[in-house]
Every structure is written in C-alpha cells, then in structure tokens.
Design a protein around this ligand. Structure first.
Ligand SMILES: [Mg+2]
Length: 302
C-alpha cells in the first residue's frame, strides 16, 4: 500500500453499523486519516471512568455501581455518613444536570458538593481492602474489551489518562482486578486522605468535579510532560461534559471524541451528536475505540 493512501469511512465496517451515529462523516474521515498518519507516537487516550470504562447496563439487569457507589458499599462506612451523602446527592445532582443554570453557578455548587462530601469522610476507619473487596465483586462491570484495550495501549506505548470526578481509590481498585494499571495509565481523580492512625481525613486536594475535568488539572505533573506534545487525542466519555476533557492540552490538533449514549437515546442523540464526533448508542463494548487504535497501530508498523 502506498504510504499516502487514504481510507474511506465506508471501508470501516464497524463505523457503519446502525448504532454508530456520526454527524459529520467527512470530518471524522479526515480526522481518522490524520490520526492514522500521525501514528502511535502522536497519540494519547483520555477517558472518563464511570459508565465509560464501565458498562451502562449489564445483561442480567443488575445495576452498575459508580466509583462513589462502590465506596458506599464498604462495611465500615457509618450509616449516618451514607444517609448524609444521599441527601447531598438529592440536593446537588439536579443542579449538576440542570440544562439552564449558568456554568459559573453550577461550578460553585459542585465545589460545595465535593467539599461537603470531603467533610463527611472524616474520623472513621476505612481500610482500602474493603474497597478492593467491592471492586472484586464488580468485575463484570467493565465494558467488554476494556482489559484488552489497556493491554494494547500499553504495548503500543500510548499514554492513557483515566479522568474521573468520582473516587480514584475505587477506580484504581477496579483497574487492578484485570491487572491493567500499566505504567502508561494515569488516574486523575479524587483520592481519600488518611490520618496516621488509619482513620479517614476527607479527600486529598486537588478536587476534580464535573466541570473542571480537563487537562488543566495536569499542569505541573510528570504526566503533563509525557503527553503535552502528543496532539492526537482520542477522548471517550458518556456525559456531555466529558467531551471537554482534552481542552487543557496545548496545541491538540486532532481530538476525536467518542460518546457512549444510553439514557433516553432518542431525546439525547441530537446533543450528543453535536458534542461528540462518534456517538455509540447502547454499545457496551470497547470495539470502536479498539478498532481505531488498531488502525493507527497498523499504519505505524508499516
Ligand atoms: Mg461517566
């Protein structure tokens, strides 16, 4: 094959299936060709965790826990703390998803929510093993193909950032189950802080909430140095806000955004299609991201 040969979207069967929605096929075709031409050295992956790395539904109908939901399953968590965090959820969650409230107001409320959550998590013991136990029970919650995707990215030396406004301790525990916390994987999230006596002391700074989830949170870290010149980015998420996760990357020239849509697809599809380049409706696999990585890999190894 000639090095310059471009491929057409119509040649990628997986991207032509019914549940794959693309608003601007020409743009996606162009971007895929750029990603492929750039090869794995230019590539990085930035992904959300809850309902992105994990599935949005299980075939047996069981509910999938979020990273904070897993934490709430821990035996040592006092009932009063659990009840209080439920109250916070009922107060702040509607604000988080309110389509009308101005962003700066929302941000203020999110900081309030996360701060109050951190304040709740103080003064009682919570062994990390308990989180690991819940994560072990949770192993079917990973999207099909997730472990293989992490494996492939590691083999190709492509950095992968898992970005979560949830609880990082749970995220890491889940990723440890199939042994995919490879050196190329970085988790940016909220982590528990412990007192020397083993009791909890809230959450560590710096707070990652729904609306500051972008790579500005990386500034000054080793990871930033590792990825700042990889300007080809695959972004994956299930919430509209996830599409902005690569916003802090300087000179990110090609950002391919993949959105997993599950809830009320008929109502949400237009906004998802405006926000993400590729929208996958009720797709509980990593097939599409893996196919794209595979295309980039094949080119790089020619
Ligand atoms: Mg999510």
């Amino acid at each position: 094959m000639v090095g310059q040969q471009r491929f057409r979207l119509s040649e990628v069967p997986l991207l032509n299936r019914d549940h794959v929605k693309i608003r601007d096929p020409d743009k996606v075709e162009h971007m895929l060709n750029e990603l492929v031409a750039g090869g794995t050295e230019k590539l990085q992956v930035v992904t959300d965790f809850d309902y992105t790395i994990t599935k949005q539904r299980l075939t047996n109908g069981e509910k999938i826990l979020t990273s904070f939901g897993m934490f709430n399953e821990c035996r040592s968590l006092p009932v009063s703390v659990l009840e209080e965090s439920k109250k916070l959820f009922h107060k702040y969650r509607p604000i988080e998803i309110d389509p009308h409230m101005p962003m700066e107001d929302k941000v203020r409320y999110m900081i309030e929510w996360w701060t109050k959550t951190g304040d709740l998590l103080k003064g009682f013991p919570l062994p990390q093993e308990e989180i690991a136990e819940v994560a072990k029970r949770f192993k079917d919650g990973l999207r099909d193909g997730t472990p293989q995707m992490f494996y492939d990215l590691d083999q190709l030396g492509v950095p992968c950032l898992v970005f979560s406004a949830g609880l990082g301790d749970s995220v890491i525990s889940v990723l440890r189950q199939p042994n995919v916390m490879y050196p190329n994987v970085k988790v940016i999230s909220n982590f528990l802080q412990y007192n020397p006596d083993g009791t909890l002391n809230g959450l560590q700074d710096k707070m990652i909430h729904t609306f500051n989830k972008n790579e500005t949170a990386l500034k000054g870290t080793d990871y930033y140095d590792l990825v700042h010149d990889r300007d080809h980015v695959i972004v994956m998420g299930d919430s509209l806000g996830d599409a902005g996760m690569a916003d802090g990357i300087p000179s990110s020239s090609h950002v391919l955004k993949i959105g997993f849509l599950f809830d009320h697809p008929e109502q949400n599809l237009p906004r998802y299609m405006d926000t993400f380049d590729i929208v996958l409706i009720d797709d509980q696999t990593m097939d599409v991201p893996r196919t794209i990585v595979e295309m980039v890999k094949n080119k790089s190894h020619k």
